[in-house]
Design a protein around this ligand. Structure first.
Ligand code: ADP
Ligand code: MG
Length: 145
């Protein structure tokens, strides 16, 4: 079984797709971490939990997609943590537990449609992660060592 999939790595700069300007910053894992993803984890939108540098465990949504910067030969893994941070956290260790698939990647007709879809993803993730079968992973030893 691949899910739950546990992963950790240092937060690196993404490729300036301006997520933050949209109000939805996404913290990127380095390419070495992405390369270790098992084949069977397909591109798309996932939900799970994440920490940054021993923080409390937050709900998150994650996008796994083909990265145009690498001519679409290399996937990217980006996490939007459902929490308001006071500062950026580039260079710090992020841990994530991927718990479920929500939808495939798709392109949208407008920026507004994209933002709406992401907000819907966030609401669905919040709901799902409150269910006991998922919520139990907040207590996983992975996050607390
Ligand atoms: P980049 O292209 O460098 O990934 P983004 O606009 O996607 O830029 O912003 C991502 C950065 O914003 C993260 O690396 C992190 O340092 C910071 N950040 C602040 N709040 C959050 C959050 N709630 N979720 C993810 N990243 C956040
Ligand atoms: Mg990003």
């Amino acid at each position: 079984m691949t899910i739950p999939y546990f992963v950790k790595g240092i937060v690196v700069k993404g490729f300036g797709r301006g997520s933050k300007q949209l109000g939805i910053p996404t913290a990127n894992f380095p390419i070495e971490v992405v390369k270790q993803l098992p084949e069977c984890i397909k591109t798309g939108i996932y939900f799970g939990f994440a920490t940054v540098d021993k923080s409390e465990v937050f709900k998150m949504v994650m996008s796994i997609g083909w990265n145009p910067y690498f001519q679409n030969t290399q996937k990217s893994m980006e996490i939007h943590i459902i929490h308001q941070f006071d500062e950026d956290f580039y260079g710090l260790e992020m841990k994530a537990c991927i718990l479920g698939f929500m939808r495939p990647e798709k392109s949208f007709d407008s920026l507004d449609a994209l933002i709406l879809a992401i907000h819907n993803d966030i609401e669905e993730a919040k709901r799902k992660l409150g269910e006991p079968e998922f919520e139990k992973y907040k207590m996983d030893v992975f996050f607390h060592t």
